[in-house]
Design a protein around this ligand. Structure first.
Ligand code: ACM
Length: 637
């Protein structure tokens, strides 16, 4: 007995020693629960405790904002009233390196937490902001709260050296399909900077609403920002009636835009405005019908009707014209006016001009377009888009801006200065990089945040699915591509099915956290099991912050296949320590039901599957109920 006891003691001492001495940052970070994972994490002994007597110092104008933002974030939940002071003396210090630290670049930081004080050092204000975000994540989750908590505000001692893998770490928000208020946009930007995103791609125009005030074209917002009220899923709504009042929508005034640009800039976020051309322009055409080929004065901003037919191979037909007329010089005059004002409002180098999903059917019928093709010796109407995009690029260049577009802009031939956003898989990105374009990787298969995260019968159904584990597995630099052309990547949140900020949060998280790690952290540090544990800790932080997120990771992943005439059921899970219990006898499943281990041949007949996940004897996932027709459908029958 005595011997056993001392053996256990030695064994556990070794285990503790191993844990403390572990040089693997991945393991260390499991204890620290940081997302995205820093480059190096060196735990040290002891901890720092924030108290009402703590002080915050910053060493100059550039470090002031980070210090003030930190004070603002901590004063509410702690109930303290710490006022940052200029100087180098304080228990929490924000400082710029006097001599540039070569390792960390323009966005990196060094964070040192010692029992006697905390320092965040960086080459630039951006690094201080990121160091500050990391420090917030090191504090207990109650720091995210909006009420005062009386707990010990302890931070473990640690030295972190951190910098991003990619310089483009973006999230796109579509504010056309549904309008998001100025306050919502600011809240969303504030949420993504917690995870060290630095690009906010703002999809400001589309068929369902024009959202930016253009003073020289007032109808874009008096008409183009408003649609008739309709309920139901996009693509199934009824047409506007002639003369029906358009009451749903909104837009940002130029003052709103300036305020949001400034808000973002303070947080090291560059806003990339997108005006989607020449397709996706129904709101512009509703405002100025003369910009289109048919010039139909009855065109209205679309409320989400079934206006297109897709043929499965990427081709489609538009029942309503939504394309600007490339043969009309007045269209380029319109674009010149729009981009003059857009360029003046957004200080960043890029303007996104869309270029995606442009239907050419109306061009093919238009006498002006036919004459233009003849003059340019263009044989295929598809190639007119190249002519159009090149004209647009010239307009942008004259304003000192770089053109960015979806990967379709490659199709008609575009100058190598254009940057390409690869969304139809990574194919476009590979081709663009091979021909010397800068590329932002944002393939549907890994980064479309509007897709379903879990089972289609649990969440409102969407035409495609993308689980957080898949997003986390994304590698933005494809094999054989020179990494210098890959600026980074993005998550895209299209909002047809997203009417408000709460729903936007639900769709964004946790996938935007997974992508944040893909775009920031070293590739070799990524490991799903480790990330998923940190992800769960961030669920609790999101709850404290009252930010919504999806719990689809807790649900069973249910697939079927047909073998002869039998349905073969397979179930999987994203979190390894879950158990899946199920029934096929029309009873409610619990942890006394069948425990799933291997593929099951379901009995013939009108069987209903009910499955639920448990962890440590407690139900944790949604109950998923699939009737026989759904089980057969999944098997492709
Ligand atoms: C896109 O998803 N149409 C770029």
């Amino acid at each position: 007995m005595k011997n056993t006891f001392s053996f256990q003691k030695i064994y556990s001492s070794i285990l503790v020693l191993l844990l403390i001495c572990s040089s693997s940052p991945a393991q260390n970070n499991t204890m620290l629960q940081l997302i995205p994972q820093p480059v190096t994490v060196a735990p040290m002994s002891g901890s720092f405790t924030l108290t009402a007597a703590s002080s915050i110092a910053y060493d100059g104008v550039e470090s002031r904002f980070a210090a003030e933002m930190f004070a603002q974030k901590i004063n509410l939940p702690t109930g303290y009233s710490i006022m940052p002071r200029e100087g180098t003396d304080g228990s929490i210090r924000f400082m710029l390196f006097e001599k540039k630290n070569q390792q960390i670049g323009t966005e990196g930081y060094v964070l040192e937490v010692l029992p006697g004080g905390i320092s965040i050092s960086a080459n630039n204000s951006a690094g201080l902001l990121y160091g500050m975000q990391t420090l917030l994540q090191l504090l207990p989750k109650e720091i995210e709260g909006k009420i005062v908590s009386t707990i010990d505000w302890t931070v473990p001692a640690v030295r972190i050296i951190d910098y991003p893998r990619f310089k483009w770490r973006g999230i796109m928000l579509d504010v056309s399909r549904n309008f998001f208020s100025k306050q919502d946009v600011k809240s969303y930007i504030d949420q993504i900077v917690r995870y060290k995103y630095n690009i906010f791609h703002w999809h400001l125009s589309d068929d369902h609403g024009w959202r930016i005030e253009i003073k020289s074209l007032p109808k874009l917002t008096t008409v183009g920002a408003w649609r008739v009220e309709r309920a139901g899923a996009f693509g199934s709504r009824t047409d506007p009636l002639p003369g029906e009042k358009a009451t749903v929508g909104g837009f940002y005034t130029q003052d709103d835009i300036k305020e949001i640009v400034q808000f973002a800039r303070q947080r090291n976020v560059t806003i990339v405005p997108e005006i989607d051309l020449p397709g996706h322009s129904m709101a512009a055409i509703a405002s100025y019908p003369e910009l289109s080929c048919k010039k139909d004065p009855g065109t209205m901003v679309n409320p989400g009707t079934h206006f297109a037919e897709w043929y499965g191979n990427g081709t489609f037909k538009m029942f309503i014209e939504n394309t600007l007329n490339p043969s009309d010089e007045n269209v380029y005059g319109f674009i010149e006016k729009v981009f003059s004002e857009v360029a003046a409002l957004f200080p960043g180098p890029y303007i996104h001009v869309g270029g995606d999903e442009c239907y050419k059917g109306y061009w093919a019928q238009d006498t002006g377009c036919i004459a233009l093709m003849k003059r340019l010796n263009i044989r295929h109407v598809e190639d007119l888009q190249g002519y159009f995009m090149n004209r647009v690029e010239k307009i942008l260049k004259a304003k000192g801006k770089k053109m960015l577009g979806w990967d379709e802009i490659l199709e008609g031939g575009i100058s190598p200065d254009a940057t390409v956003m690869s969304w139809r898989g990574v194919r476009g990105g590979i081709e663009a990089a091979r021909t010397g374009h800068d590329v932002v990787m944002t393939p549907t298969t890994f980064s479309y945040l509007d897709y379903n995260q879990g089972d289609q019968t649990v969440d409102p159904p969407i035409y495609a699915a993308l689980r957080v584990k898949k997003s986390y597995s994304f590698e933005p630099v494809p094999d054989g591509v020179d990494a210098k052309y890959i600026l980074g990547g993005q998550g895209n949140l299209w909002t047809e099915q997203i009417p408000n900020l709460r729903a936007a949060e639900y769709m964004s998280y946790p996938r935007a956290w997974a992508l944040a790690e893909v775009y920031w952290s070293p590739k070799e540090k990524r490991e799903w099991g480790n990330f998923s544990r940190r992800m769960e800790m961030h669920f609790t932080r999101a709850e404290a912050a009252d930010i919504n997120y999806s719990r689809a990771s807790y649900d069973a992943i249910i697939k079927t296949a047909m073998k002869n005439d039998t349905i073969i059921l397979t179930m999987d899970k994203e979190l390894s320590d879950l158990d899946i219990y199920y029934t096929i006898d029309d009873t409610m499943p619990d942890d006394h039901s069948l425990r799933y281990t291997n593929a099951v041949a379901l009995p013939n007949g009108p069987v209903t599957l009910r499955a639920i996940t448990y962890r440590n004897g407690k139900p944790i996932g949604h109950l998923i109920t699939l009737k026989q027709d759904e089980l057969q459908k999944r098997a492709g029958k």
